[in-house]
Design a protein around this ligand. Sequence first.
Ligand SMILES: *Cc1c(COP(=O)(O)O)cnc(C)c1O
Length: 358
Amino acid sequence: MSEPMPRFRPVLDRFAPYQPGKPPTVTTGKAYKLSSNESPFGPLPSVLKVIGEVAAEANRYPDPSAVELTDAIAQRFGVPAAHIAVGCGSVGLVQQLLEAVVDPGAEVLYAWRSFEAYPYLSDLAGATSVRVPLSDYRHDLAAMAEAITASTRLIFVCTPNNPTGTVTHAGELTSFLDLVPDDCLVVLDEAYVQYVRDPDVPDGIEVYRDRPNVAVLRTFSKAYGLAGLRVGFLIGHEPVAAAARKTLLTFAVNSIAQAAAVASLAAEDELFDRVEKVVAERDRVRHELVRMGWSVPPTEANFVWLPLGADTADFAQACDRAGVSIRPYAGEGARISVAEQAANDLVLEVAAAYPRRH
Ligand SMILES: *Cc1c(COP(=O)(O)O)cnc(C)c1O
């Protein structure tokens, strides 16, 4: 007989919890974590200084409205403060938005494969996920438009797409947005926007301006290098931002995160020099892999996608043995973050020695 226990929602049995990127298992020699698309660089001295100062006041609650950070974002991006909502990472904002729009029967539409937080948080919110397969590793926006129903409340467009690195171009995005009903929210998840160099990729902050049903998600976790502090933001018209502010767990964005984000906006020049290095390495890594005979989708993010199919787990083990942890998606492929040159070189060595090309 099983032990009596509290009753939980059946939905909890239907999904695996979010799988974080693993650290390398090899501990001898230099090991690299290329499994979570983090910045390989630690916080800048100017940001660390602020973190230390604010840590000394950790006995106080943070500003629940994040006024200083909101004003800094408004200034930086040329949008009204009323159009901004902050969150505990942009994943937090995904959850806030789901909480704001999902009633029984609601559908959430997104491409697949894409960011793993979409299915897991949609399930948790009680929404029905509608997934439209990628085509050639890219969002198939025509098919996504056809999948919209009267129940579609939220659409995620992840560009560059995690984990494939592919982007959505201006023309196809405009055609798509023109087909979305006004009462359905479209979220452009631009976590990797600072790494984009393709001139045909629109800036979501321009796209949202004359579209009340479009919002943009940005994060301090990737190019700004603050993944451990958990802060992201939304830019959208006032009703959208207001809804996201209402569903934020009070104090979810802590005081250190708020101050470090403000300091990072002030230090963008230095941070974007680092981004430039990663972009150069990304282009080098993809170029080398293609030269070796691998097929790698064009990437505009700080990672590459290797469509390894059945060899995915085996390849990930080979990387692990070389001291590099990557992100395998069993049976599909592997996402490999681009980091410092030495780490990327190890990946290229494994790929060069790997007996099967894809
Ligand atoms: C990494 C990532 C984020 C950022 O998540 P945070 O919660 O801000 O750390 C958001 N969207 C996508 C697609 C990502 O890959």
